[in-house]
Write a protein that binds this ligand. Structure first.
Ligand SMILES: C[S@@+](CC[C@H](N)C(=O)[O-])C[C@H]1O[C@@H](n2cnc3c(N)ncnc32)[C@H](O)[C@@H]1O
Length: 375
C-alpha cells in the first residue's frame, strides 16, 4: 500500500478531475505545480490515480477519497496475486460501461487485460532494437514488430542519452504495427493526414530511410510543432508539414503512393492505459467520430495515385468506428480494392483488415484496414 503522503497527493488530483479535465491532464497540471516531487513519487502517484479509475465501480461511493484509494489499491493487489479471484462476469459489468457491449464483443481475457498495468513500448531506430535493449539494460524484444522493445526498467526515459540523441521513440506496439502495415518504400510519396504529434509520421520516414517524402498534416498546429521537434531529434528530414482541417479542400494537388488516415476516434483501445476515459466516453462520441472518420476517408481518396495504398487506422474496437466505417467506405468506392496487410496472420478470412486486441499483443487495441486504388 502506498504511504499516506502518496494517497493524499492522489486524492487531491482525483478531486480536480472533471468532465472537462481528464485524469492525465490533471496529473500533468498537478506535477507542474509540485515540482519538488521526484520521479519515483510521481510514478507511484500516477499509478494510484489510474488504479482508482480502473477499479472505480468496486469502490464504496460514500467512503472518503483516501479510503476509496486504499480500496482500489487493495483490489489491484488481490487481482495481481490471482487474476481469477475477480470473476469475468463481474468484470463485464464493472470494468467497462454497459453501453460497450452493444458495440463490441467482450472476451474474458480482454476484460482481465484491461485491469492490468499497461506495458510501455519503445520503437528503436531501424535494426537497433537489440542494441537499445542492451544499452538501456531493460527491454524485451518481440517478433511482431522488428524495432519494438518492451521497456521493463524504472529509469526516467526522457533523461536518458539514448532519448536525447533520437535512438528511440516512446510508441505503443499497436501504433508501431500501423507503420509496419503501411510498409512505405524508400523514394515513395506518402500523406499522413492526421499526423498529430508525428508518432506514425516518424515511423514512415524511418522506414523510407530518409528518402522520398511524407506530407504530415493536422488541424492542430501545436501538435505539428511537437512533430517537428521529434523529427529534429531523430534526424529525419524527409517530411513536410501543412494544415488540413479534414475538409474536401486538400492541402495539395499531389497524388500519393500511400495515404495514412490515423483518424480521431473514441480511443476505446487505450482504456487499459487511460482508465478514466471508460467513464467519460459516450455512445454519442462513438457515433459522431464514426461519421468524421468516414468523411475523412471520402475526402482524401481522390489524392491516391492509381496503384496507391490507403491505410485506415483507429485505436478503438467499436463496430461503428471500425468495420461499419470500412464497409460503408468500400461500398462507396468501387475504384478501390481490399489490399492485404503484411501483418495479417496466414489464412486470415480477410487479410485486408485486422483487429489488434490488447490481451493478444499486450498493448493498445487497434483496427487497421487497407485498400489499393485499381490501375
Ligand atoms: C489519433 S490522433 C493522430 C495521432 C498521430 N497519427 C500519431 O501517431 O501520433 C488524430 C489526429 O487527428 C486530428 N484531427 C481530429 N479531427 C480532425 C479532423 N476533423 N480533421 C483533421 N484532423 C483531425 C487531431 O488533431 C489528432 O492529431
Amino acid at each position: 500500500m502506498p504511504d499516506q503522503a502518496i494517497l493524499n497527493h492522489a486524492a487531491q488530483i482525483i478531486a480536480s478531475v472533471s468532465a472537462d479535465q481528464r485524469a492525465d491532464t490533471a496529473l500533468r497540471f498537478y506535477f507542474e505545480g509540485h515540482r519538488y516531487l521526484q520521479p519515483p513519487a510521481k510514478r507511484l502517484i500516477s499509478h494510484t490515480v489510474f488504479l482508482y479509475y480502473r477499479w472505480l465501480s468496486w469502490l464504496e461511493p460514500k467512503a472518503s477519497p483516501q479510503k476509496r484509494l486504499e480500496q482500489a489499491v487493495a483490489m489491484h493487489e488481490r487481482f495481481v496475486a490471482d487474476p481469477k479471484a475477480v470473476k469475468a462476469e463481474t468484470l463485464s459489468v464493472r470494468a467497462v460501461p454497459t453501453w460497450l457491449a452493444t458495440e463490441m464483443d467482450l472476451p474474458h481475457d480482454y476484460l482481465r487485460q484491461l485491469q492490468r498495468d499497461p506495458a510501455l513500448w519503445l520503437r528503436a531506430r531501424p535494426g537497433q532494437s537489440a542494441a537499445l535493449a542492451k544499452s538501456l539494460f531493460a527491454g524485451e524484444l518481440t517478433d511482431r514488430a522488428p524495432d519494438a522493445l518492451r521497456f521493463t526498467g524504472l529509469q526516467d526515459l526522457f533523461k536518458t542519452e539514448q532519448f536525447k540523441t533520437g535512438e528511440f521513440e516512446i510508441q505503443d506496439l499497436a501504433s508501431q504495427l500501423v507503420g509496419v502495415a503501411a510498409a512505405p518504400k524508400p523514394g515513395e510519396t506518402w500523406w499522413d493526414t492526421c499526423a498529430g504529434e508525428g508518432g506514425k509520421t516518424l515511423h514512415l520516414c524511418d522506414q523510407m530511410q530518409n528518402k522520398g517524402v511524407v506530407w504530415a498534416t493536422d488541424r492542430n498546429g501545436r501538435r505539428i510543432d511537437t512533430l517537428k521537434r521529434r523529427a529534429g531529434r531523430a534526424k529525419l528530414f524527409n517530411y513536410r508539414t501543412d494544415f488540413w482541417d479534414g475538409g474536401s479542400r486538400l492541402p495539395s494537388k499531389t497524388k500519393f503512393d500511400g495515404i495514412l488516415i490515423d483518424a480521431p476516434c473514441s480511443g476505446v483501445g487505450t482504456w487499459q492505459r487511460n482508465p478514466h476515459a471508460r467513464w467519460t466516453t459516450t455512445p454519442e462520441d462513438v457515433r459522431e467520430l464514426a461519421a468524421t472518420q468516414l468523411a475523412l476517408l471520402n475526402n482524401v481518396v481522390v489524392a491516391l495515385k492509381p496503384g496507391g495504398r490507403l491505410i485506415y487506422s483507429v485505436c478503438t474496437l467499436t463496430r461503428s468506428e471500425t468495420t461499419a466505417v470500412a464497409d460503408a467506405f468500400a461500398t462507396a468506392h468501387p475504384e478501390l480494392e481490399p489490399h492485404p496487410l503484411p501483418i495479417s496472420p496466414a489464412g486470415a478470412a480477410d487479410s485486408s483488415r485486422i483487429f489488434l486486441w490488447p490481451h493478444e499483443i499486450n498493448a493498445n487495441g487497434m483496427f487497421i484496414a487497407a485498400w489499393k486504388k485499381k490501375k
